[in-house]
Design a protein around this ligand. Structure first.
Ligand code: FAD
Ligand code: SIN
Length: 537
């Protein structure tokens, strides 16, 4: 089946929904999302969103904290733009219906502090900020007459000149995006979605690793699609490991213990109950994430233990129960009373700092293709993202991308109104009529799921053991060699199988793992999250 829209959005997290709400007055918007609309990293965000809201803080301080966390390789102009735009974007979230906690229930926002921040500047909704943001945005999007949300639609590939039979390489100067092919996960039919502008907001790739805080949908689909389409990707060696996921080995994804808890006074301790961060950084438990995760990894390796502790008891019973209700309830459900017991923790893959390279308008190297949120690489994070700057980046770049996309679609002829009914557009490109539908002839259904599930596990273990928090040339070489075999076996399966969501995700995870290793091997200095035993700082 063929569908034509003005704005095609892949992903219904904070980035996709924010963009959709902004462009909706200017044309027809279709959001494709591979699971339920609310499923994605956004709804699991705990700590909150960073912004300078009051004079007690300053843009300069937030800029400086971001640059320091990024270890000297952030794009300074991007950092300044993002942080200065933040208060406006926060006010918009509130207008869409998102509730952030206020001091004493009054007018001033209640602000938290997290690692690497010199001030209290994290807006939050208790310890389930993401759930509140996702709720507010999704309700607003569902109310908008120009937005259609299509669940269980899995975008497989972006459509370019390649699908018109032209040879496209990474040196092709003007690659264009005409939309995507997407698999209907209920019927297994592959539809053709054509659009004037496409936004990828597909989130992260945490599932490249065996232990991750990210939900199962985070399989790097957007990055893999752009890789196959020969677009530009960047900074994928900078995978962020969150220092404190709850140690509960059977649970996937790993449950997060927010950094805001350390901001409120919780302290990292070894298995004997002794503090150890003084050995690593004078900011102790509130040092930036890369430093804390490496310190924990080192302590675990020295002691041979699977987990260490976060001691939150000093925060006090009332504050813990009222301020961190989700964590309190979760820990209690597995027999840990955080008001009396220390919390067993270990690091987990959490956030991909790199991704689809975009300019300040969120536009990728492929024409008419934008990217925002975790799948993109804007230059804000440099070598290591500052806590709570991710949700911020997503709203700022969704806004910028929307402004640029509106200009592209309307080409200056658009008459603006609140429903889009008066919008006048150029006719859809005649190229669209030439795009062929997906060809699945001669493919057979792969009956053996084990070929996919086992390969995925192997991949995740290889990446965890060889391409994790601490790397070396030998480990990266090993990972690369092992991955090669997995890649060839999976491509063989792909070339003869009817496409399914698990197979597509596996291919995407392999592509992402390959890119992480390739970029890690090319980075010949220890910077930010990339740390190799064979390199010096
Ligand atoms: P997501 O919210 O992950 O959404 C991705 C969307 O893309 C989903 O709708 C998914 O279905 C869809 N999708 C993916 N692939 C396809 C495909 N092939 N076809 C169709 N649809 C597809 N950041 C902060 O700033 N502050 C925090 O407090 C914070 N806490 C966090 C806590 C946890 C546990 C985690 C995992 C992350 C946290 N982060 C936090 C990071 C932040 O939540 C994410 O980076 C951010 O929410 C990503 O938003 P997004 O819109 O880019 O992607
Ligand atoms: C957390 O709450 O610790 C996560 C914050 C983030 O990932 O920015």
């Amino acid at each position: 089946m063929r569908h034509e829209v003005d704005f095609l959005v892949v992903g219904s997290g904070i980035a996709g929904l924010s963009f959709a709400l902004k462009v909706a007055p200017y044309g027809k918007v279709c959001i494709l999302t591979k699971g339920d609309a609310s499923e994605g990293s956004t709804r699991y965000a705990q700590g909150g969103i960073a912004a300078v809201m009051y004079d007690s803080d300053s843009f300069d301080k937030h800029i400086q904290d971001t640059l320091v966390a990024g270890d000297g390789i952030c794009d300074r102009a991007v950092v300044e733009m993002t942080i200065r735009e933040a208060p406006d974007r926060i006010r918009e979230l509130v207008q869409y219906g998102v509730n952030f906690d206020r001091e004493g229930g009054g007018g001033r926002f209640d602000l938290h502090r997290e690692g690497g921040h010199s001030e209290f500047r994290i807006l939050h909704h208790k310890d389930n900020t993401g759930e509140e943001i996702e709720r507010g945005l999704l309700e607003a999007a569902r109310r908008h007459p120009n937005i259609e949300i299509k669940e269980r639609q899995f975008a497989i590939d972006i459509i370019t000149q390649h699908h018109l039979g032209q040879r496209v390489t990474k040196h092709t100067p003007d690659i264009e995006c005409y939309g995507v092919y997407a698999l209907d996960c209920d019927t297994n039919r592959i539809d053709t979605y054509l659009a004037r502008v496409t936004l990828l907001a597909t989130g992260g790739m945490g599932n490249v690793y065996s232990t991750t805080t990210t939900p199962v949908i985070s399989t790097g689909d957007g990055v893999a699609m752009v890789h196959r389409a020969r677009g530009v990707l960047s900074d994928l060696e900078f995978m962020q490991f969150h220092p404190t996921s709850l140690y509960n080995p059977a649970e996937k994804p790993a449950f997060l213990i927010t950094e805001a808890m350390r901001g409120a006074g919780a302290i990292l301790k070894d298995r004997e109950g002794k503090e150890f961060m003084q050995k690593y950084d004078k900011r102790l438990s509130l040092a930036p994430r890369d430093i804390v995760a490496r310190a924990i990894d080192n302590e675990m390796k020295i002691s041979g233990k699977d987990y260490l502790y976060l001691d939150a008891r000093g925060i006090g019973r009332k504050h813990l129960i009222e301020g961190f209700p989700t964590i309190y309830a979760k820990c209690l459900s597995i027999g840990i009373d955080i008001t009396r017991d220390m919390i067993p923790i270990r690091p987990a893959a959490h956030y991909q700092c790199g991704g689809i390279k975009v300019d300040r308008n969120g536009e990728s190297s492929i024409h008419h293709l934008y990217a925002a949120g975790e799948c993109s690489c804007t230059g804000l994070h440099g070598g290591n993202r500052l806590a709570s700057n991710s949700l911020l980046e997503a709203v700022v770049y969704a806004h910028n991308a929307a402004q640029s996309a509106i200009a592209q679609v309307c080409s200056g002829e658009c008459v603006v109104d609140s429903t889009g009914s008066n919008a006048t557009h150029y006719p859809l490109s005649t190229i669209h009529s030439k795009i062929p539908d997906w060809n699945a002839e001669g493919m057979v259904l792969n009956e053996e799921m084990v070929l996919i599930t086992q390969t995925k596990k192997e991949l995740q273990e290889i990446m965890w053991n060889y391409v994790g928090i601490v790397r070396s040339d030998l480990r990266l070489q090993r990972a690369f060699d092992r991955l090669n075999l997995i890649f060839r076996e999976t491509e063989d399966l792909y070339n003869r199988s009817v496409l399914t969501e698990p197979l597509s995700e596996l291919r995407n995870l392999i592509a992402c793992a390959y890119l992480i290793i390739k970029m890690a091997r090319a980075r010949r200095e220890n910077v930010g999250l990339h740390y190799s035993l064979d390199l010096v700082k």
